[in-house]
Design a protein around this ligand. Structure first.
Ligand code: ACO
Length: 386
């Protein structure tokens, strides 16, 4: 017999994807999905992409204002002092299977950072902030270190004189990147730094809401970002471009997918029904970097896919999202395809920590309910009688 859920009250709503739920207040990022606007603490994303740096945006998101020159220098110095991985973490890195998915490796080793932090059980906001700083500083070395390990190359120590983007490319490739490439990555990190209560940020908030620690919260977020409906879409975009292979094959591929009611990776967004402002910026950006690196065909294929999608489903509010043109950009920068989502995680550390710190100051355990649809009063049948 099915009984009414005794916990449900008339004020409760059922909302499977939580689309209609506002989880609380936040002063971090503002999104207007109808107009295609994104701001970090009130500053338009375009302005930040043109003028700021990733480190400055991290400061902005954590402390709700732009830093002075001295504050920024001191914050950067602090981050750089934590670039280096301990011998223990390096050893763990070198023991990971070479064919492991980099997202599994990043999730595991960010989690492992918590085991060696003497402050792990200190739940003061100051200690949580320092933990966030350590994760932000060390994630690039984990990603680059794993890529080198799987290629059979020795790990390269970070250079504390370099910013996060430049240092990451140095540790990855063993040589200083060109200024333009390093800045290109810096801009991509800015564009991916925060985005309201997306799925992975929500995972961070659920974990921090139980008064768990920053390492556990970011580990939960990395696992959530990995999914193809979220951060994992950028890798799918690139694999799709490779599968299509040439401009001539684009039309058949895309219309075939739409006819079969299959989604095209890199399109659509839960909040944006207008053009995602990050994608708008990245589109021009992807074209420049693709041209500079001899990947123009890739850009042209992306652009053709966009045109076909716009005509077919644009009216439904389905446009390219941040993952669509970031795929071409990362590929043109020479990143391995399965590093795209880890680099997204590297950037989103900024937003995960910002929301976790904000929540820490004004916390309430997150604990929704569900409508129970199973049986009641079912008999327990002894195992030999089943
Ligand atoms: N290609 C084709 N059609 C699409 C796409 C797409 N990529 N996305 C949505 N649609 C269509 C759906 O088929 C559906 O059509 P219908 O109303 O005729 O049935 C309608 O648009 C609504 O789609 P939903 O999946 O219900 O929308 P939702 O808000 O749940 O999904 C999501 C948003 C998950 C991002 C979806 O657009 C999608 O799966 N996109 C592809 C994966 C992707 O790029 N993810 C990255 C998002 S950005 C980020 O997380 C960083």
């Amino acid at each position: 017999m099915l009984m009414a859920d005794v916990t449900a009250t008339p004020t409760m709503v059922t909302d499977k994807g939580l689309d209609r739920v506002i989880i609380g207040d936040s002063a971090k990022s503002f999104i207007d999905g109808a107009e295609g606007v994104l701001e970090y603490v009130g500053i338009e994303i375009d302005d930040l992409a043109r003028n700021s740096t990733f480190e400055e945006c991290c400061y902005l998101l954590w402390y709700d204002r732009l830093p002075t020159a001295d504050e920024l220098a001191s914050y950067e110095k602090d981050i750089r002092s934590h670039y280096m991985l301990s011998d223990n973490i390096k050893q763990m890195l070198q023991q990971t299977p070479k064919d492991a998915s980099p997202m599994h490796v990043v999730r595991t080793l960010v989690s492992a950072l918590g085991m060696e932090d003497p402050e792990c059980n200190d739940q003061s906001i100051e200690a949580e902030e320092r933990k966030a700083l350590r994760v932000l500083a060390k994630t690039p070395a984990i990603i680059a270190g794993f890529d080198r390990h799987r290629r059979g190359e020795s790990l390269i120590d970070p250079d504390p004189n370099l910013n996060i983007a430049t240092n990451f490319l140095l540790m990855l490739n063993g040589e200083m990147p060109g200024e333009q490439t390093a800045r290109a990555l810096d801009v991509c990190l800015i564009l991916h730094a925060d985005h309201g209560i997306n799925a992975s940020t929500f995972a961070t908030m659920v974990a921090i809401g139980t008064q768990s620690d920053m390492y556990s919260a970011i580990t939960a977020a990395i696992g959530t970002l990995r999914g193809p409906l979220h951060g994992g879409a950028n890798e799918r975009v690139m694999r799709m471009l490779q599968e299509i292979g040439s401009i001539d094959a684009v039309e058949g591929f895309v219309t075939g997918r739409l006819e079969r009611k299959e989604k095209v990776p890199g399109f659509g967004h839960r909040v944006y029904k207008a053009y995602d402002p990050r994608a708008k910026y990245l589109k021009t950006f992807a074209e420049t970097i693709a041209d500079e690196t001899g990947n123009h065909d890739l850009y042209e294929m992306s652009s053709t896919i966009e045109g076909i999608m716009e005509a077919a489903v644009g009216a439904k509010g389905i446009h390219p999202n941040v993952d669509f043109f970031s795929a071409t950009s990362y590929y043109s920068m020479g990143l391995a395809i399965d590093l795209f989502t880890p680099v997204f995680a590297l950037a989103r550390n900024a937003g995960w920590a910002a929301h976790a710190l904000e929540r820490h100051e004004d916390n309430r355990l997150i604990r929704p309910r569900c409508n129970y649809t199973g049986p009641h009063g079912a008999p327990y049948v002894a195992i030999e009688n089943r």
